[in-house]
Design a protein around this ligand. Sequence first.
Ligand code: SF4
Length: 330
Amino acid sequence: MGLNIPKEDKYIIPIFIPHRGCKNDCVFCNQKRISGEQRNVTPQDVKKEIETWLKSFKNKDRKRQVAFFGGSFTGLEIEEQQEFLQAANQFIHTKEIDSIKLSTRPDYIDENILKLLKKYNVKCIELGVQSMDEEVLIASKRGHTSRDVVAASKLIRKHGFELGHQVMIGLPKSTKEKEIETIKKCIKLKPDVVRIYPVYVLKNSKLYDMTKDKEYIPLELEEAIERAKEVYKECVRNKINVIRIGLQTTEEINKKNEEILGPVCDNYKERILTNISRDYVLGKIKNKGKLKRIKLVVPKNTQNYVVGNNKSNITYFEEKLGLKLEVKGK
Ligand code: SF4
C-alpha cells in the first residue's frame, strides 16, 4: 500500500529563533506563538540547550541534528549567524552532533550566505516556500516570488546542501488545485524533505484581523485534511520524504481557543494516513460487487491507519457499505 509514513529518523535538537532576522510580515505570522518561545534566544543559550538535549538521548547509534527553526536565520546579521553556528558547530567537532539544519526565506539565500553556512557544517536548508502561486504569495504578503524559490533551491543544491521545502495549505486566495500545482513545482526542484502545514490563524497576526473582518475564511478541518492529503500523495508518488504534516506540537498551539482559529488538529498525520488507507480499501473493493466481509493483511506499521483512528475506517465501511473489515498486520 502506498503509505510512506512521515518520519524524522534522527534526534532533532530544536532551537527556536522567533521572528529574528526577518524584516517581513507575512499575514499568517505570529512567530513567537508558533515557536512556543517568548524570549529571544542568544548564542550563549544554544550551547546550554544542546547539552541538555544530548543528555536525554538514549539511543547512541541514532544521528543527532541541531535545527534552527522559527525565524529567517539567514536574515540575521552575519556576526550573529556566525555566533549561533559556532555554538552548534563546536558539538560537530566533538562528534556529539552530526549535522546542523536551518530554515529561512527563499530571498535570503545567495552565494555568500551559502559559503558561510558551508563553513559551519550546515547540512540542510529548509525554505519557506508556502506557495508557488504569485496571487497567493501576494495575498499572503510573503514579499518574494516563486522565481526566488526556484533560484534559491537551485543554488542550495548546487552548493551540495540538502534542500527542504515547507508548503502551506489554505493560504488566502489558495485553492486545492493551486496547492497541487505548488507541490508539483516544488518536486521539480528535487527537495530532499518536505513539510506540509495547514494554515492556523494566530492572534496578533494580520490573518486574524482578516478573519474577523470576513476577508479570509479559515479552512474547515476536514477540508484541510483533504487538501493536505493530496499534496502528501503527490510527494509519496515522487518518493519525496515528508518529514512533518502540521505544526510543531506545543501546548499553546494545539488548543483550539479564541486565540487560534482554523483547522487546529494535533494528529494530521494520523488523519491523513487513515483517509489514504480508506481510499486504498475502496479501490480494492471497487467493481467487486456487494461484499459482506473483507480481510486485509497489511504491513504492521500501517495497520493502525487502515483500521483508522478510533477505528474510524472500520466504522465507515460497516455503516456506509455494510462491509466488515478485518485488518491483520504482518
Ligand atoms: S518570513 Fe517567516 S518569520 Fe518572516 S514574517 Fe514570514 S513567516 Fe514570519
